[in-house]
Design a protein around this ligand. Structure first.
Ligand code: DGL
Length: 288
C-alpha cells in the first residue's frame, strides 16, 4: 500500500508513542542506542492515564495517535505504552499494515522468560495491562510451563511522576502491592509499565537481591535494529508532540530524560483525526 507522508529533512523517523510522559524512559534508551536516528515522540498528555480506561477507549486513542504519526516518513512505530501494547495491537496493525509496529509486551515477556530459573514470574502493570492477560499470553507462548502472576499497581504512576521514588511512602506502597506475592517462590518480576523503571530500586529492595527485576528495554532495543533499514537524510532530530499544555510534561519529562528536553508542540489529535475522517468520507461537492 502506498503511504502518503509529509516530507521532512530529517526522516525517516522512529515514532515513539505513549499515553503521556512515561514513554520518555523508552525514548531515552532508544536514543542512547541509536544516536544517528531521528525520533518523533507523541505523549497523549490530555488523555493519560490509559491504564484505567477500557480497551475500546485505549484502542481509539491509539489509532488517532498512530494516524497522526503516520503522516511523517516513518521507519517504524514503537509503542512504548504497555497498556496500548496489551490491548490495541491488532487494531493498530490492521490500520497500518505497511509500517512495522514494535511493542513492549513481547520483549518484556522475553526478558522475564530468560531470567527465571524456577518458572515463577510476577508481572507488575496497570489495571488494563493486567486485566488483558497479555503478558501471561506472551510468556506462555515462550514457555507454557511458567506460572505467571499479575498485580496492578496504579499508585506507582503518580509516585513516579511526582518524583517520589524512595522513602516511606514508596516503601509502604511497594509493600502493599507485593506483600501477597512475597511468600510465593517468585524469582522474576517484570516491570510492565513505562513508569515502573523509576521505582526499580524500591521494588528490588522490597523483594531482595535473589529476585530479578526485568523490563522490556534491552530486547526491544535489539529488535529495533532490524527495522532501521533507511539512512536518514538530514541531521538526526527529535520532535516531541503532546496533546495538552506542556508545563507539567516539561517538569516531569526532564526527570524521565535526565534533564534534556526540548519544548514540545501541542496538537489537537482528536480534531485533526476527525477532520481528516470527514474529508475522506465527504463526497466531493459538485461545482455549479
Ligand atoms: N504508559 C502506561 C503504561 O505503560 C502507564 C500510564 C498510563 O496509565 O497511561 O501502561
Amino acid at each position: 500500500m502506498e503511504r502518503k507522508t509529509l516530507t521532512t529533512a530529517a526522516g525517516p523517523y522512529i515514532a515513539v508513542f505513549d499515553s503521556g510522559v512515561g514513554g520518555l524512559t523508552v525514548l531515552a534508551e532508544l536514543r542512547k542506542q541509536y544516536p544517528n536516528n531521528s525520533f518523533l515522540y507523541l505523549g497523549d498528555t490530555a488523555r493519560v492515564p490509559y491504564g484505567t480506561k477500557s480497551p475500546v477507549m485505549v484502542t481509539r486513542y491509539a489509532l488517532e495517535a498512530a494516524w497522526f504519526l503516520s503522516r511523517y516518513p516513518l521507519e517504524c512505530f514503537v509503542i512504548a505504552c504497555n497498556t496500548v501494547s496489551a490491548v490495541a495491537l491488532p487494531a493498530l496493525r490492521a490500520a497500518h499494515p505497511d509500517i512495522p509496529i514494535l511493542e513492549v509486551v513481547t520483549p518484556g515477556a522475553l526478558s522475564a522468560v530468560e531470567a527465571t530459573q524456577n518458572k515463577q514470574i510476577l508481572v507488575l502493570g496497570t489495571e488494563g495491562t493486567i486485566a488483558s492477560g497479555a503478558y501471561q499470553k506472551a510468556i506462555h507462548a515462550l514457555d507454557p510451563e511458567i506460572e505467571v502472576y499479575g498485580v496492578a499497581c496504579p499508585l506507582f504512576v503518580p509516585l513516579a511522576e511526582e518524583g517520589i521514588v524512595s522513602g516511606p511512602i514508596v516503601k509502604m506502597t511497594v509493600q502493599m502491592y507485593l506483600e501477597p506475592f512475597l511468600k510465593k517462590e517468585i524469582d522474576t518480576i517484570v516491570l510492565g509499565c513505562t513508569h515502573y523503571p523509576l521505582l526499580r530500586n524500591a521494588i528490588q529492595e522490597a523483594v531482595g537481591e535473589n529476585v530479578k527485576v526485568v523490563d522490556s528495554v534491552a530486547p526491544l532495543t535489539k529488535r529495533l535494529r532490524s527495522h532501521l533499514i533507511h539512512t536518514i537524510e538530514g541531521r538526526p532530530r527529535l520532535r516531541i508532540f503532546v496533546t495538552d499544555h506542556s508545563d507539567r510534561f516539561m517538569r516531569i519529562g526532564r526527570r524521565f530524560l535526565d534533564g534534556n528536553l526540548d519544548e514540545p508542540t501541542q496538537i489537537d489529535l482528536e480534531e485533526m483525526f476527525y477532520e481528516n475522517q470527514r474529508l475522506i468520507n465527504e463526497p466531493p461537492s459538485l461545482s455549479v
